[in-house]
Design a protein around this ligand. Structure first.
Ligand code: PLP
Length: 447
């Protein structure tokens, strides 16, 4: 029986991703009804600063008329054109070309998907096609990093290293391997950046030897681990891992689904790391979350090898909504906003956000503050010297999330008492300061 209340409809019929289904039945959803700039409004008319840009995706902020107009115009003119076979549409071609200009090095070929999970999934298939084309089909083993998140497709969830995505599913698959995270705050080798890099290099080399160097297809990283709790590697970690892969001719895949589109400062984090991945996955900020879209960037080498291997035959991989013209039109309009000042504003606001969150280090609950640009986290502890985590049963991050919501701020609650931030790049100085002030108040109320 349907209830008149929206919350009841949601409770009864809508299955929420990555939620406790039974828990959700009890609590119901917090419904949002409108948004503008960096502010969202809930069903009770309560206004909140969105310190997490939806799900770290609304990089441009909400309600831009130019994006709405671009989508509307495209819906009127041509709401759908397949990207299959050799068919196409103008916005998709233009967006691919403009993205290639922004991408590092020779990542000149763009394959559009519907989001991040299928972008990751596509790279697994492309890697297999690539090695098959080079006559090395036995290279079918994949390595990723503990605490990493690479989506929840049937294959990508195995590259993801968060246990909640594995339990009851037989993940990871037997061709998916992991090395330890670089997590500096809680690393058995200590906090020294070079020691962490050396340990990761040694572990990756050992893992490659264990699997067999001629068996490894690809290695996956996030330039900053997102869903694992915003874990920032020491400077030089990404390039050191890239170098190990190049020694062994292993494909290096940078998953920039979160870090892309100005989230950490540069358009893509790989640029700041000084590396050119063989493949790069993106989504989220690509369309600023207004409509779904993801993209895989392929290097000239990967693209040409797959193309030559297939020859006159089709490369058998595709989605009905690949290169969707409405999503592409939105992508172009969003890119105009980024290039027109939002990337620069994001860099300035990112410095302010990091400085503001650093000022919370004096709070008794704050053990670690980390991040880069508009991507950050604080990790709460009960004892700063011993780094003792707050008891998981007390759900400390969820308590801060609840307090913050009441104080007019949306944050992200991670496991292990970690609070995440990824505000829209359009934030003003006053909004960044309010994020920090409301966090302090919420922490005080959680003590
Ligand atoms: N890869 C990374 C690094 C992500 O953070 C995410 C989502 O948060 C994904 C892949 C999956 O993207 P989507 O949720 O769009 O499928």
């Amino acid at each position: 029986m349907l209830s008149n209340s929206l919350i009841e409809l949601d409770r009864a019929h809508l299955v929420h991703p990555v939620a406790s289904w039974r828990g959700h039945e009890k609590t119901g959803a917090r419904m949002l009804v409108s948004a503008k700039g960096a502010t969202v409004t809930d069903a009770q008319g309560h206004q909140l600063l969105d310190g997490f840009a939806g799900l770290w995706c609304v990089n441009a902020g909400y309600g831009h008329e130019s994006v709405i107009e671009a989508a509307t115009k495209q819906l009127r003119e041509l709401p759908y054109a397949t990207g299959y076979f050799s068919l196409g549409s103008e916005p998709a071609a233009r967006l691919a070309a403009r993205l290639a200009e922004h991408a590092p090095g020779d990542l000149n070929h763009v394959y559009f998907t519907l989001g991040g999970s299928d972008a990751v999934d596509s790279t697994v298939r492309f890697a297999r096609y690539y090695w098959h084309s080079r006559g090395m089909a036995q290279r079918d083993q994949f390595i990723s990093v503990a605490n990493g998140y690479h989506g929840s497709s049937t294959v990508g969830a195995g590259l993801t290293a968060l246990p909640v995505f594995h339990a009851g599913f037989g993940m990871p698959l037997d061709w998916q391997h992991k090395i330890s995270s670089h997590y500096a705050y809680r690393n058995p080798v200590g906090t020294d950046p070079q020691a962490i890099i050396d340990a990761s290099v040694a572990e990756l080399r050992a893992k490659i030897e264990e699997i067999g160097p001629d068996r490894v297809a690809a290695f996956y990283i996030e330039p900053i681990q997102g869903s694992g709790g915003v874990i920032v590697p020491p400077k030089g970690w990404v390039s050191a891992m890239h170098a190990v892969c190049k020694e062994h001719d292993i494909l290096f895949v940078a998953d920039e689904v979160i870090t892309g589109f100005g989230r950490t400062g540069p358009v893509f984090a790989s640029i700041e790391e000084g590396i050119v991945p063989d493949m790069m996955t993106t989504a989220k900020g690509l369309t600023s979350g207004y409509v779904p879209m993801g993209a895989v960037f392929l290097s000239d080498g990967v693209y040409n090898t797959i193309a030559d291997g297939a020859g006159a035959a089709a490369v058998g991989h595709g989605y009905t909504y690949s290169a969707h013209p409405v999503s592409a039109a939105v992508g172009l309009a969003v890119l105009d906003l980024y290039e027109g000042g939002l990337f620069d504003n994001g860099v300035r606001m990112g410095q302010r956000l990091m400085a503001g969150l650093q000022s919370l280090q004096d709070h008794p609950l704050v053990g670690d503050v980390r991040g880069r640009g508009m991507l950050a986290a604080i990790e709460m502890v009960v004892d700063k010297d011993k780094k003792t985590p707050l008891p998981a049963a007390a759900a400390p991050a969820v308590r801060v999330f609840d307090r913050a919501w009441d104080n007019g701020l949306v944050v992200r609650a991670f496991a292990q008492g970690v609070i995440g931030y990824a505000p829209p790049l359009c934030c003003t100085e006053a909004e960044i300061d309010a994020i920090v002030e409301r966090t302090r108040l919420s922490l005080d109320q959680t003590l």
